[in-house]
Design a protein around this ligand. Structure first.
Ligand code: TXA
Ligand code: MG
Length: 310
């Protein structure tokens, strides 16, 4: 059910949940201090209670209230990346409930860069917890139509158009003063973070913290997806495939081909939309040409690898 931003504010104040657009993906939001509304998010998503939520804010004042002992490099990092697709994990203050953090001593915080989300946050003057507005382990929605398709028409949605980043935010562990650690790669990449902080940025493999998306099939479209390196592999798949190609693999025209943008930013902004489009009766499988393995593609490669069957 579509609602206006103003109606969304009213519903959230009443303790309802509302799907809201952000620049990454649509989120399913509840006021951070409403235990019952937050419980509803977990139940609608069919998400395990052990999986913590990101707290969304529109003013830096809230950051100071929600965390303790922020490291020195946080300020330059947030000046460069906020509002935007970066979530920082910090030691939590007493204001943040264990329900939000799944009993961890840290909290994940993000300032989204979308006018609708900012408008709702400003009018409420309260942080919103918001996981992606999809069922657990399915592809995140990047349009209001995706939310309706995935969660049904009973969920209130504000239509803010297509999300222009298109994949979920980078999650960065900022609990150590000597270095940072990427817990979930995204479109703000390791190199950019190292340039801003002037500190080493580790990848998840070195982290002792809980890593998002470790479920075996995560971010998955409804059709099986296979990653391919060359044209020969395509003949191994007899089913009706849709092929997402970059520039190395050449296929004959009878294949159902989508030429993907060569720039990672444009690739990411289309990826989930194209996966959702594959939810059609004439497609059995999705074949994706493996993108380059550089830092700029790390977020995309992470989603492809987690969604793919091996
Ligand atoms: O772009 C995004 O981040 C979107 C939009 C809506 O903001 N949100 C999103 O939320 O992707 P969600 O819940 O689908 O994914 C957030 C991930 C979860 O896998 C969770 O495990 C992790 O963030 N997370 C939350 N709090 C954490 C914490 N304190 N420490 C480590 N990971 C945390
Ligand atoms: Mg999610």
């Amino acid at each position: 059910m579509l609602v206006t931003p103003q109606q969304a504010v009213t519903l959230l104040k009443q303790g309802d949940i509302v799907a809201l657009p952000t620049e990454t993906v649509y989120g399913l939001a509840a006021c951070y201090d409403n235990e019952q509304a937050i419980a509803k998010i977990f139940s609608v998503k069919q998400r395990p209670l052990s999986n913590p939520l990101i707290v969304h804010i529109s003013s830096i004042n809230w950051l100071q209230q929600l965390c303790i002992a922020p490291p020195d490099y946080l300020q330059p990092l947030l000046e460069s990346c906020w509002p935007g697709p970066l979530t920082v994990v910090l030691k939590k203050s007493g204001l943040v409930s264990n329900q939000i953090t799944a009993n961890q001593s840290t909290v994940a915080i993000r300032m989204p860069n979308h006018t609708v989300m900012q408008q709702v946050l400003n009018q409420l003057n309260t942080p919103l917890v918001a996981p992606s507005a999809n069922r657990y382990c399915q592809t995140s929605p990047t349009s209001a139509a995706h939310v309706k398709h995935g969660l049904g028409d009973k969920i209130a949605v504000v239509d803010g158009g297509n999300c222009n980043i298109g994949i979920e935010s980078t999650i960065l562990d900022c609990t150590e003063s000597s270095h940072t650690t990427i817990l979930r790669p995204g479109m703000i990449n390791r190199q950019q973070i190292e340039t801003i902080t002037q500190l080493n940025c580790h990848s998840t493999a070195q982290s002792k913290h809980r890593v998002p998306g470790q479920h075996k099939i995560h971010y998955a479209p409804t059709k099986p997806i296979y990653l391919i390196d060359d044209a020969d592999q395509v003949t191994n798949y007899q089913q009706r495939a849709r092929c997402f190609l970059l520039n190395k693999i050449n296929l004959t025209t009878h294949h159902n081909i989508i030429t993907m943008p060569a720039k990672p930013e444009q690739y990411a902004s289309k990826l989930y939309q194209l996966w959702h489009d594959c939810d059609a009766p004439d497609i059995d499988i999705i074949l994706v040409e493996k993108p380059p393995k550089t830092d700029a593609w790390a977020g995309i490669n992470d989603r492809l690898n987690k969604a793919a069957r091996r």
